[in-house]
Design a protein around this ligand. Structure first.
Ligand SMILES: C=C(O[C@@H]1C=C(C(=O)O)C=C[C@H]1O)C(=O)O
Length: 126
């Protein structure tokens, strides 16, 4: 069938721009939730790193490790067509927040200082 023979039924069932926008926004909402879950999990791991550092008197700031994390993010950006500047800023923020959380824990701000970790399968249900 060519364009001159589209029936009325075909045109009425075509998704409207609004429907397509809603569908794309639902996808975005799902990705945003996953991003936030991953950020929460990253910070919860950093809180565990801080507890280990505190127990063994290891410095919170580890410039060598920060370099490794930044370098890997830049490689990823390069391979996946993302802006290197954007990824640099993003990881500067992520690492900065990790260090803030770690410093709070090492300074003894207590168990509430860190982010909540994600529930694991063996956890009690409350
Ligand atoms: C998580 C750590 O602590 C800090 C936070 C880092 C991060 O957010 O990736 C990296 C280096 C650290 O100074 C670590 O030492 O691994």
């Amino acid at each position: 069938m060519n364009d001159r023979h589209i029936s009325a039924a075909d045109t009425t069932t075509a998704p409207t721009p609004e429907t397509q926008l809603d569908a794309l926004r639902s996808e975005l909402d799902r990705v945003d939730r996953a991003l936030l879950d991953d950020i929460r999990d990253r910070l919860a791991l950093c809180a565990r790193v801080a507890e280990l550092k505190q127990r063994h008197d290891i410095a919170v700031l580890q410039p060598g490790r920060m370099q490794v994390v930044h370098r890997r993010a830049q490689d990823y950006a390069h391979r996946n067509g993302l802006s290197g500047d954007f990824v640099e800023e993003l990881f500067t923020l992520l690492i900065g927040e990790a260090c803030r959380v770690e410093n709070d824990i090492v300074a003894g701000a207590g168990a509430d200082a860190g982010p909540r970790r994600a529930a694991r399968s063996g956890d009690p249900q409350i």
